[in-house]
Design a protein around this ligand. Structure first.
Ligand code: TMP
Length: 202
């Protein structure tokens, strides 16, 4: 039987990454084989592209094409083979991030996004997408506390992140079947309880 594909999304500082491994371990306790991966990245080439994408200034369409190039490699080499073997794949960001960041944040033309998505994803879509949502001010505070050099996206102004957040929320409404909005302002145990409830349903 084909495995399930679960993705995590949210603005920078939403705290989703701390839940990725927790969810994978919870699924493993159910006896499932789980691959944890991320975008951009997830393959040796994808990780090299990630370095460029997070640090090198570039044209919006170059950025979008590189996100999708990394994604093509990731789907072909990691995601599809794992799902076909019956394994579950838990991925920290996927195509919804391109919709929100390059589309909502930077204003990429929607038709161009849809063309690339159709080409690269074919018919692959996540079975479940967990959208970690919280007010921008809280997310910015969390990033500031991390006390490290910020990448190109984290350095963007507040209005960019506000548009990314709104694009995610609009998309979650549109794809209400697969996307679930998680109130990420709550404590870790409260969020884990919600996640446990949600994964019972898939
Ligand atoms: P991360 O912080 O979740 O590791 O993601 C790295 C950054 O890449 C994050 O700021 C969002 C950005 N990103 C896009 O802009 N478009 C995409 O398609 C993906 C996957 C990530």
């Amino acid at each position: 039987m084909r495995g399930k594909f679960i993705t995590f999304e949210g603005i920078d500082g939403a705290g989703k990454s701390s839940h990725v491994n927790w969810l994978a371990d919870t699924l493993r306790q159910r006896g499932l084989t789980v691959q944890v991966t991320r975008e951009p990245g997830g393959t040796p080439l994808g990780e090299k592209l990630r370095e460029l994408l997070l640090n090198e200034p570039m044209h919006l369409e170059t950025e979008t094409l590189l996100m999708f190039a990394a994604r093509r490699e990731h789907i072909a080499r990691v995601i599809e083979p794992a799902l076909a073997r019956g394994e579950w794949v838990v991925c920290d960001r996927f195509s919804d991030a391109t919709w929100a960041y390059q589309g909502g944040g930077r204003g990429l033309d929607k038709t161009k996004f849809l063309t690339l998505e159709h080409w690269v994803l074919d018919h692959l879509q996540p079975d479940l997408t967990l959208l970690f949502d919280l007010p921008l001010a809280v997310a910015r505070e969390r990033i500031a506390l991390a006390n490290r050099t910020l990448d190109r996206f984290e350095q963007e102004r507040a209005d960019f992140h506000e548009r990314v957040r709104q694009a995610y929320l609009d998309r979650a409404q549109h794809f209400a079947q697969r996307m679930r909005v998680i109130n990420a302002s709550r404590s870790l145990p409260e969020i884990q309880k919600t996640l446990e409830e949600i994964i019972k349903t898939i």
